[in-house]
Design a protein around this ligand. Structure first.
Ligand code: MTE
Ligand code: MO
Length: 422
């Protein structure tokens, strides 16, 4: 693990200051006439479900209401009645693991989940191998397994002028603990022949999700996963088996995985069209996600109650490895403060950061900047425009993966807005 530990003394000092600030904002208990009475436990909802059902599989409190929603960008459902992208409600997220039930969903052929009986499911490894192999789920689970925390992110995840909430600007990324067997273990079992340099992975739908990944990545850290956050991979995430290609664009991470073919060239599959654009720079950019971060509170669409103490909180991640540090600015990017990393900094995983802050009630711009273990720093929109040699207008859109810094503008009435396009 690569977490950078702030010095204990520094931490204690800032902790004490924070405790003071927070205490000032909280009404002391002695000021109340009596301790609040414990609310009577309502039984109605729970009562409707049989006790057996409630015992068998837990549900969240009926007071917790965060929900996924269709991504903005194309009508959803569209003219064919299909919903393509569904976003995670990042504005209400805590910690770094996305509940499986709130994981974003991207489906090429609409919000469609093939129903696959794991007993019938097979994974075939073939192509340029010495021993083509077909595995049942039980056979796969006989191999030594690994469990790793990794994010997924869709290439479409970006802030646009029409998007105002952090769910809409950044909700096409989620983070889970995945369990499975390393793809390298299976490829070694099959014996890759010399000349094999790419793999093509295929999913089990009518229109096969398929993606080309270089053999070096396949042999490095790719995971054939059957477990997600302590239970089988969810149907919308690819039950019973999916490929995890850590740090790469979501589209490489084939759900309903049924076939891995070792080949000697980049294949032009249904999924790969987007990677082969005229500009070679785009091709180079669109597999590994750059260092990225976003403040999830206070974020677009949220409302501050008034001047006073707040904890700025957000998520940072990078396809290049672990998050090394996150800086936060509350004055539009002039001054930066180092945020605390609040969760383990796993490689290619979401990391929660936070910074205590007292808002003076004036209009301001807050933003975060991630640096990963390679030392790569998250760019501004201005830097991205310069890179693409385009003028920085509100219309400017980053080509390929957009990992630019998100600016949230806080108005004097405490409302928070997308500050990227002003
Ligand atoms: N079989 C299959 N695999 C797929 C897809 C799909 O539609 N079918 N969508 C891809 C895309 S575009 C992304 S961004 C990720 C999304 O994974 P998720 O739906 O589990 O979030 O899966 C990828 N793998
Ligand atoms: Mo995607």
């Amino acid at each position: 693990m690569n977490s950078k530990k702030p010095s204990r003394r520094k931490f204690l000092a800032s902790g004490a200051a924070v405790a003071g600030a927070a205490a000032a904002a909280v009404r002391p208990a002695s000021a109340q006439t009596a301790a609040p009475a414990a609310a009577p436990a309502p039984t109605s909802e729970a009562g409707k479900k049989g006790i057996k059902e409630l015992i068998a599989y837990g549900e969240r409190s009926r007071f917790v209401t965060s929900l996924r929603e269709p991504a903005d960008g194309r009508p959803s459902p569209d003219a064919f009645g299909l919903t393509f992208h569904v976003v995670t409600p990042l504005g209400e997220s805590v910690g770094s693991i996305t509940p499986s039930s709130l994981h974003y969903v991207a489906a090429h052929r609409g919000f469609y989940v093939p129903e696959i009986d794991p007993k019938e499911h097979r994974l075939m490894i073939h192509g340029m191998v010495d021993r083509p192999l077909i595995f049942t789920m039980d056979e796969l689970k006989c191999f030594p397994s690994v469990t790793r925390v990794h994010f997924l992110e869709c290439i479409g995840n970006r802030s646009t002028r029409t998007r105002n909430t952090v769910a809409q600007t950044h909700g096409m990324t989620s983070c889970s603990e995945w369990t499975g067997v390393l793809l390298s273990t299976l490829l070694k079992e099959a014996g890759v022949q010399s000349g094999g340099s790419w793999i093509v992975s295929e999913g089990g739908e009518e229109v096969k999700g398929a993606s080309s990944v270089s053999l070096s990545k396949a042999m490095d850290d790719c995971l054939v996963a059957w477990g997600q956050n302590g239970e089988p991979v969810r149907p919308q995430q690819g039950f019973p088996l999916r490929l995890i290609v850590p740090g790469f664009e979501g589209i490489y991470q084939t759900k309903y995985l049924r076939r891995v073919k070792v080949v000697d060239r980049y294949y032009m599959t249904y999924n790969d069209y987007g990677h082969l654009q005229k500009d070679p720079k785009v091709v180079a950019l669109t597999n590994q996600i750059g260092p990225k971060s976003v403040i999830t509170f206070p974020a677009g669409g949220q409302q501050l109650k008034g001047p006073g103490f707040y904890e700025i909180s957000g998520l940072a991640w990078s396809g290049g490895g672990a998050v090394r540090r996150v800086e936060v600015s509350t004055d539009g990017g002039r001054m930066w403060k180092e945020a605390e990393l609040r969760t383990p900094t796993y490689r290619m995983a979401h990391t929660r950061f936070a910074l205590p802050w007292t808002w003076d009630g004036k209009e301001c711009e807050i933003l975060s900047r991630c640096t990963d273990e390679l030392g790569t720093v998250q760019p501004t929109r201005a830097q991205a425009a310069k890179y693409w040699n385009e003028p920085l207008t509100p219309q400017f859109g980053v080509k390929g993966a957009d990992n630019t810094i998100q600016v949230w503008k806080i108005a004097s009435d405490g409302s928070v807005h997308n500050g990227n396009f002003v």
